[in-house]
Design a protein around this ligand. Structure first.
Ligand code: GAR
Length: 192
């Protein structure tokens, strides 16, 4: 079985969906470590609860993005990581990181890329007034929320939709779609 890492900066609801899928044996791969750039991330607590190793990498202790990513890649190599899953990791990866795991880094984004990149995609799409938004899973390259698309699922914006209800519906799709894609990738069924 392949070994993978999850990188998360915040709440970790996608991490939780992944942990649940591992428990149900829907993802046949080992989640060896959860890495965060935020020591207060709820994602870390979720990992600890499931006895998954955690590593905190504090951005303040590095001179550059590359230095920070070198430290992360070193950790990942020490855990024997084959592929990397970004789950609400709110940092742009350096070319160094992308090269180290070329075509082996997945990201989830709560919009239909290439629309509404960035950290507030659900809100931005809602405010724009789109009738359809959704979720994208893609391979990561050096640009923000960019790289070959693996899967997309549309979510229709309903008549009386609020931002809150739309967020809830998008997250629900994320929590279904991401474990499915990770499972396919772990089986070697996704060739970039
Ligand atoms: C998710 O909605 C994910 O798609 C988004 O951050 C959230 C993290 O939630 N990622 C991006 O916006 C990437 N640009 P979580 O910590 O509960 O999984």
């Amino acid at each position: 079985m392949k070994n993978f890492a999850v990188l998360a900066s915040g709440k970790g609801s996608n991490l939780q969906a992944i942990l649940n899928a591992i428990k149900k044996k829907k993802i046949k791969a080992n989640l060896n470590v959860v890495v965060s750039d935020n020591r207060n991330a709820l994602a870390l607590k979720r990992a600890i609860k499931e006895k998954i190793a955690t590593v905190v990498v504090d951005p303040k202790s590095f001179k550059s993005r590359k230095d920070m990513d070198k430290a992360i890649v070193k950790e990942l190599k020490s855990f024997g990581i084959d592929f990397v899953v970004l789950a609400g990791y709110m940092r742009i990866l350096s070319p160094y990181f992308v090269k180290a795991y070329k075509n082996k880094i997945l990201n989830i984004h709560p919009a239909l890329l290439p629309s509404f990149k960035g950290a507030h995609a659900i809100r931005d799409a809602f405010r724009y007034g789109v009738k359809t938004t959704g979720v994208t899973v893609h391979f990561v390259d050096e640009k923000v929320d960019h790289g070959p698309v693996i899967a997309q699922e549309p979510v229709q914006v309903r008549n009386k939709e609020t931002l809150k209800s739309l967020e809830a519906r998008i997250h629900k799709v994320e929590h279904k779609l991401y474990p499915e894609v990770i499972s396919r990738f772990a089986k070697g069924h996704l060739n970039e």
